[in-house]
Design a protein around this ligand. Sequence first.
Ligand code: NI
Length: 149
Amino acid sequence: MPQATVTRRYRFCAAHRLHTEQLSTEENWTTFGKCNNPNGHGHNYVVFVSVQGDIDPVTHQVVDVSSLDEIVGRIIVRRFDHQDLNKDPQFATQTTTGENLVLLIWDLLVNEVPAGRLVKVGVIETRDNYFEYSGSAEHARGEDGVRHG
Ligand code: NI
């Protein structure tokens, strides 16, 4: 059975501020620069969701795109669009870096794709910043639904 990977692009606009309580005020500024500005700032985030699987012999598709759109729209776009990422419960104790965001999006979607399997999530934050995550054994989602490692 031939396999292929389908990638869909999604967008949301959100505000955030890079800051961690683990660092002092000065260290936060040194580490994050203007992204540590207390007023925050916004990005037009672009999210790529890649699903790999068998090509269905009847539909000749890996995944029903409208079903994938509904899931990503409901779980990701609706959650983050026009929000302050720092106020998302998941970021209560985590910094809203692109790295943490791409891992969170992976965790939210990994068990939700309608067919095939999630193989990569990419996040464009700025013109020059792109983050991606493809999962790993250490970060496999456990039975309790929590990412371990
Ligand atoms: Ni930023």
